[in-house]
Design a protein. Structure first.
Length: 541
């Protein structure tokens, strides 16, 4: 019989194990240590780490125990995922180190509450008297709902969803069907299915509908595997007949100088590159020109506009602007503007829609926190969802800025009219705020997932990395080394084929189908649990 001290020691060991597993799950999203695997996703490590949580949750003795165990795992995972926020707050925002570290930790601990709640509900409604399959389905639905909550509440911060560890695994073939949160649910299902404690008498007496559901799931997995193995290469898709030559400029402007001493040199370097390059399509990063047009050198825009009006070239430039339109309040926007090859063409402008809390807008009651940092251009107006596309040489280009590419359901709004949907996407980013860290590769894998979900290539023009060309299968075909100044030259063909299943439903319904599926599953499991408890009370000894 265990003593109290041995139980305490065992409990402590479990929490240590969960913390280690949580950190390893973060590492699985993009391996953070120097070597051949640096920045790469490791699907097997992700599956192993989440399997630890699944096994521990399934063997928890109480709802409270399951809550705190899931919370410990998720807190460690999230801190280790976006620890680099500390750099933006302390190094560039000049916030005291202890306060910056506390802020990152508290953010992770707060977001971990979603997963803690999922763990508590799992323990409340799932027990070892139910089949392993039922428990696996329940855990998958609850994990997906936790991911959805993190992606939507308070504008959402879904960085590091577990599905991103699978952009190179077999499960990536589910992305065009169910998106990143659907893949996360499949991962959670697999982890619980393997680790849950068996109850033989229940497994043998499962109702017919449960066996039918299992069979349907196996057929679906087999179908996905067969279509993946026969998938055609990108050049056999319905792509543009002529490749677009692109030049993606990586300025590598130091973040601590970007809005100050480095402005003159950055403007001169970007101007020189815009005038010298002969690519069809050039792109500069987010806020490449970090000042308003009125503060640029005299005749700067006139010279560039004249140059591009006389050439069959297009340039897309990240620059802060003022709100446009009759109801504009004169507030700044984080924008991209185009230099077009025809002086009579309609001007193109994109205003960032999904803003970063604290960095681009101030959440209610948090002005005091933002005032502790020195972040320029920290209050932007919000652009509309589903803004006009940029048309050029037969392509329809959809722009997104910085971490907007985390929100696939929002990018999908551009595809609501299939006949005039994007054939190509581009992301302009500046994550120099986070140093030359694994955040760069994490963001690259996020863009790769969007390319697979939406079935369109993604270009990335960034300040410090990862500047890259990604095809519609999520494969990085060209990439510039991070942390260097340079121009990535390459070719890309827009995809004009039919929309992926994910794009079709997400463009019309957003994340609603996943919400409904998750909630319906949880309610069904709750009803089964209630009926089981009621039956035991009525017919038990």
């Amino acid at each position: 019989m265990q003593t109290a001290s041995s139980r305490q020691l065992q409990n402590f060991a479990i929490y240590v194990l969960l913390a280690i597993a949580g950190v390893l799950q973060a590492f699985a999203l993009a391996w953070p240590f120097d070597g051949a695997s640096y920045g790469q996703p490791i699907a097997a490590l992700q599956l192993t780490s989440l399997a630890v949580l699944a096994a521990v949750l399934d063997r928890s003795n109480s709802v409270a125990q399951a809550f705190w165990r899931a919370w410990s795992f998720a807190s460690a995972w999230l801190v280790a995922t976006f620890w680099w926020l500390f750099i933006s707050m302390h190094i560039y925002g000049e916030m005291p180190a202890t306060l910056a570290a506390a802020a990152v930790t508290l953010l992770a601990m707060a977001l971990a509450l979603y997963y803690a709640l999922a763990g508590a509900i799992y323990r409340r409604w799932c027990h070892q008297g139910q089949s392993v399959f039922t428990r696996a389905v329940s855990f998958a639905a609850l994990w997906m709902l936790a991911e959805l909550l993190r992606a939507t509440l308070f504008t959402g911060f879904p960085w590091g969803a577990i599905g991103y560890a699978h952009v190179d695994s077999t499960l990536r073939h589910w992305l065009p069907w169910v998106g990143i949160y659907g893949v996360s649910a499949l991962v959670a299902f697999a982890c619980m299915l393997v680790t849950a404690k068996r109850a033989e008498h229940v497994e043998k007496s499962s109702p017919t509908w449960m066996w039918a559901l299992r069979l349907a799931l196996l057929v679906g997995l087999a179908y996905t595997w067969s279509t993946a193995s026969t998938q055609q290469p990108a050049d056999s898709q319905d792509t543009s007949s002529q490749a677009l030559k692109v030049a993606l400029v990586q300025g590598n402007v130091p973040q601590d100088l970007k809005f100050g001493a480095a402005i003159p040199q950055a403007i001169a370097d970007y101007r020189k590159e815009l005038l010298a390059n002969t690519a069809d399509f050039m792109a500069l990063p987010e806020t490449a020109l970090p000042v308003l047009a009125d503060n640029l050198p005299e005749h700067f825009w006139d010279e560039l506009k004249q140059h591009f009006a006389n050439h069959q070239q297009l340039a897309l430039i990240g620059v802060p602007m003022r709100e446009a339109g009759p109801n504009a309040q004169g507030q700044l926007t984080n924008s991209a503007m185009a230099l077009l090859p025809n002086a009579s063409a309609t001007n193109y402008r994109y205003d960032k829609h999904h803003l970063v809390p604290f960095g681009e807008f101030v959440p209610p009651m948090f002005r005091w926190f933002v005032d502790l940092m020195r972040i320029p251009l920290g209050s932007f107006g919000r652009g509309a969802l589903g803004q006009p596309l940029l048309a050029f040489k037969g392509e329809r280009i959809a722009t997104n800025i910085c971490y907007e590419d985390l929100f696939g359901e929002e990018l999908a709004q551009n595809f609501s009219d299939p006949e005039h949907s994007p054939t190509l996407m581009i992301n302009l980013s500046n994550i120099a705020w986070f140093g030359n860290t694994v955040a760069i590769d994490q963001h690259l894998h996020i863009s790769r997932a969007r390319a697979m979900e939406l079935g369109r290539p993604m270009l990335r023009a960034t300040n410090t990395g990862a500047t890259a060309i990604i095809d519609a299968q999520g494969v990085v075909t060209h990439r510039l080394a991070s942390g260097v100044q340079g121009v990535l030259l390459g070719e890309v063909r827009g995809v004009h084929s039919e929309l992926t299943p994910y794009t079709q439903w997400a463009s019309k319904l957003g994340l609603v189908p996943l919400w409904l599926l998750g909630i319906a599953t949880v309610l069904a499991v709750a009803a089964l649990a209630h009926r089981a408890r009621h039956g035991r009370r009525r017919f038990g000894p």
